[in-house]
Design a protein around this ligand. Structure first.
Ligand code: ZN
Length: 151
């Protein structure tokens, strides 16, 4: 495994729409492993492939409560409720904002074996699903934040 460099806001790679993974190859699995290592080293809750400069629809998320998720070509298939809470991003270091997100979110994705999986998350996990999937369409939470917390 290798720790990858995290791209920061201002880099145009964060504003591109990512392409689906057509075929899960050993390179895809290495990327997943490297993204997990990079996310953990940075103490992040999630990381999307464009944040390490790869324009593919791949996301990793890990929360204390819900464990590790590896999502290939993820889509939100259901959501409900609402939450307003603090949000940050490894690509926007040192800043925090308040966002409004659904309280419950269900995503459908492929896992590393190429199997279709559905995951439903609430609270932090629901927020992470939304935040990381937005990255795949070139969106950052600072675009939709109700307000930023820095001065
Ligand atoms: Zn982010």
């Amino acid at each position: 495994m290798a720790k990858l460099k995290i791209v920061k806001v201002g880099d145009t790679v964060l504003r591109k729409v990512c392409r689906p993974v057509e075929c899960i190859t050993p390179r895809t699995l290495t990327l997943l492993d490297d993204m997990i290592e990079t996310m953990r080293a940075a103490n992040g809750v999630g990381l999307a492939a464009p944040q390490v400069g790869v324009l593919r629809r791949i996301v990793v998320i890990e929360t204390e409560e819900d464990g590790l998720f590896e999502l290939i070509n993820p889509k939100i298939i259901a959501y409900s409720g609402e939450q307003e809470s603090e949000e940050g991003c490894l690509s926007v270091p040192g800043r925090w904002g308040i966002t409004r997100r659904p309280m419950h979110v269900t995503v459908r994705a492929l896992n590393r074996k190429g199997e279709t999986v559905d995951y439903t998350g609430s609270g932090l996990l629901a927020k992470a699903f939304c935040h990381e999937l937005d990255h795949l369409d070139g969106k950052l939470y600072i675009d939709c934040a109700i307000r930023m917390l820095d001065n």
